[in-house]
Write a protein that binds this ligand. Structure first.
Ligand code: ADP
Length: 228
């Protein structure tokens, strides 16, 4: 479960980005985070994997309060949380296989386990045949599939995504969404900030709307609403 209690975030320049958020997300939920530009969506998402710290309040994921978590424990937290970005963030000098294997190598998995787990997730995203390719040899959609494979190879309880279809054409965006749905069907919680109105209105799931740093709407099977 993910829980935010009275969360506020003021950046060092004085901008109040999150203005008192209380929210609960149960294990296995699929949640879209929508709202106008500058509303605080990225800040909300970044606080969930401790890229940003709240100024006050509690953020509890799997029983751990991220607001109080020591910097030295952040890598352990990240093992239980997969993260997917709009711009993929793959390591350009590593192959597809190595990009996905990296997360397992740092936790000291055996070579045998690494090979099996990496090939399994590459199979799920249908990119086994590209295992030896480098990121710049792949299309945007393929790169995002690699980053999805990387996000789940540790078998995390939660995958957090910030505009994962933001750089992709509509057909490719649907392919990526199918994979997110499959990951969610296996019991993984998905929290996804998005501007993709068509997807939110077609694959209907819980919608949290953030405006001016506050949750202004939270619906179990919501719609996108009137934002850009
Ligand atoms: P969204 O993702 O909805 O576009 P953000 O969370 O990126 O919104 O931004 C919320 C507010 O916080 C905006 O006013 C933005 O300018 C400000 N902001 C975001 N990141 C930073 C930062 N690192 N430093 C200062 N202000 C920031």
């Amino acid at each position: 479960m993910i829980e935010m209690e009275q969360v506020y975030k003021t950046y060092p320049n004085g901008v109040l980005a999150i203005n008192g958020i209380n929210i609960k997300i149960n294990q296995g939920e699929f949640v879209y985070v929508v709202g106008p530009s500058g509303a605080g969506k990225s800040t909300f998402i970044k606080m969930m994997y401790r890229e940003e710290k709240p100024t006050s309040g509690k953020i509890i994921i799997n029983g751990v309060n991220l607001a109080k978590l020591k910097e030295s424990r952040v890598p352990y937290l990240r093992r239980g949380i997969g993260v997917v970005f709009q711009d993929f963030k793959l390591l350009p000098r590593l192959t597809v296989f190595e990009n996905v294997a990296f997360a397992l190598e740092v936790i000291g998995e055996s070579q045998k386990n690494i090979k099996k787990k990496v090939l399994d997730v590459l199979d799920l995203v249908q990119l086994k045949h590209k295992a030896r390719s480098f990121p710049d040899e792949l299309s945007g959609g393929e790169q995002q599939r690699v980053s999805l494979a990387r996000s789940i190879v540790n078998n995390p309880g939660v995958v957090i995504a910030d505009e994962p279809t933001g750089n992709l054409d509509p057909d490719t965006s649907w392919e990526i969404m199918n994979i997110f749905e499959e990951i969610n069907n296996r019991g993984t919680t998905i929290v996804m900030a998005t501007h993709n109105r068509e997807i939110v209105n077609s694959i209907t799931r819980r919608v949290i709307v953030i405006e001016d740093g506050k949750v202004v709407r939270d619906e179990a099977r919501g719609e996108y609403g009137l934002y850009d």
